[in-house]
Design a protein around this ligand. Structure first.
Ligand code: SF4
Length: 454
């Protein structure tokens, strides 16, 4: 632990921090909260590691590859060298990897100055000051609503943890039991973001469909969406929900997704599999017939519905027939977007102890085959938008072959997940909504021409 006046030797201004996130949208939200706390307490943010006094890496440990990516990110950032040991950036590793591996990490990663599990991230200011050898800060955390988002869409966490204990998943052990955020806190955060210019709120959590079940009263996700619709509507914004589970699709929720204007008719249900014995061994319920009937009902009741799912390939005991059943099911339902994960035996999970673990070659082969189906479905779903006109939220500007182009997304494209709309000509600012005619498509991407500014 450094005890020197690290900052004073290096620069006389405010301490600088760099924040790096590995993993999902939920981690982005946690990083944003730490960013807000650090900026509020006087830190300045940099995106250059060699300008940073402290580098904070918020890690993911959902799968072995995510843990590996987290550790590699930390190690590559730790290589930033300055002339002397005192001047090197201090490294803080936060989030799921410290939550999962605890005390095992320190001897393995001497490059890291502090480890901060997910449930201690609100103490980030004191920890950052401590590793920099600065006096402790007494800046209170202040508000439960702290965001710094500047883009057109913002993730909002409505819960943390999970009670489902799917046998392949380490998340319940890492993030703890399901805990809904209070509705008032979520609404305050949404209001703050909308006032700050955000146009789309993306609600996330490990299991959004059971929001409210652990809170006093009778409130559920459908009720929450109606409450948030009141907040978002005056700004002309959109609300999207990710990470629902099949059991969470109540009649009331279906009605809200169909009828409540700012809530998008976009449903993300990670089914993982459809073969009954695989689902049972995964600790999940249902069967192919039940899932098919659920999605048929959703398509019937919600016109223009967009469906996203996740398939987990190669679970122990998955036979070739089971895998083919999964492929058939995915094609038959005709999901618009499918994420494909290869099963990995995670430390501490029940599935890692099961017999009949697949060999690497089968795993790779099946993952690729489902990935091919996912692409075929996703590309076709994107291409059928050509010729139609949609509202597009502008997310930013990107370099393209012919110069700069605007990048945005429509209601049927979840930000960061489902591709984007590329607009070659036109002027607009981040957060503007423009009407665009779709004139071309490539892979998951659409090319649009502005027809009207709103
Ligand atoms: S629902 Fe299952 S896969 Fe998703 S976080 Fe919970 S335990 Fe993991």
């Amino acid at each position: 632990m450094p005890t020197t006046t690290h900052i004073d030797d290096r620069r006389m201004g405010m301490p600088t921090c760099m924040l790096v996130t590995v993993g999902c949208a939920k981690n982005e939200v946690d990083t944003d909260r730490m960013r807000a706390l650090l900026l509020k307490s006087g830190f300045e943010e940099t995106t250059e590691p060699d300008h940073a006094d402290v580098i904070i890496v918020n890690t993911c440990s959902f799968l072995g590859v995510a843990t590996q990516e987290s550790v590699e990110t930390v190690l590559s950032l730790a290589q930033v060298s300055t002339d002397d040991e005192d001047g090197r950036p201090r490294i803080i590793m936060c989030g799921c990897v410290p939550s999962r591996y605890g005390d095992e990490l320190a001897p393995e990663l001497p490059e890291v100055d502090a480890f901060v599990p997910s449930d201690q991230e609100d103490g980030i200011v004191s920890i950052a000051r401590e590793v920099l050898g600065l006096e402790a800060s007494h800046t209170p955390c202040g508000s439960s609503v702290l965001r710094t988002v500047e883009g057109a869409s913002a993730y909002v966490k409505i819960s943390d943890g999970c009670d489902r204990w799917c046998t392949f998943c380490a998340i319940p052990a890492i993030r703890g039991p399901y805990a809904s955020r209070p509705a008032a806190e979520i609404a305050d955060e949404v209001r703050l973001l909308m006032k700050g210019g955000v146009r789309e709120i993306v609600l996330v959590g490990q299991d959004t469909g059971v929001w409210g079940s652990d809170l006093p009263g009778e409130h559920d996700l459908a009720w929450l969406l109606e409450e948030l619709a009141e907040v978002v509507s005056p700004y002309g914004g959109w609300i999207r929900v990710l990470y629902l589970q099949p059991e969470g699709m109540t009649d009331r929720l279906v009605r809200v997704l169909r009828d409540v204007e700012p809530v998008l008719p976009y449903i993300d249900i990670p089914v993982q599999h459809c073969a009954a014995h695989v689902l049972r061994d995964m600790g999940r319920s249902g069967s192919r017939a039940e899932l098919e009937s659920l999605f048929a009902r959703l398509r019937e009741e919600i016109p223009d519905l967009v469906l996203r799912t996740t398939g987990l390939v190669g679970f122990p005991g998955e036979t070739e027939d089971d895998f083919e059943e999964l492929c058939e099911f995915i094609e038959e339902v005709g999901f618009d977007y499918v994420s494909v994960f290869a099963y990995s035996a995670e430390d501490g999970t029940v599935a890692a102890t099961l017999p009949k673990q697949l060999d690497e070659a089968d795993l790779t082969d099946r993952t690729q085959r489902l990935q091919d189906i996912a692409e075929r479905l996703g590309f076709a779903s994107t291409a059928r938008r050509i010729g139609n006109e949609y509202d597009v939220i502008i997310d930013g500007v990107e370099e393209a072959e012919g110069g700069l182009e605007l990048i945005g997304h429509t209601w049927f494209q979840a930000p960061d997940c489902d591709g984007a709309v590329h607009i070659e000509a036109g002027e607009a600012a981040v957060g503007d909504v423009v009407s665009c005619k779709m004139v071309d498509a490539f892979c998951y991407e659409l090319v649009g021409v502005v027809t009207a500014q709103q």
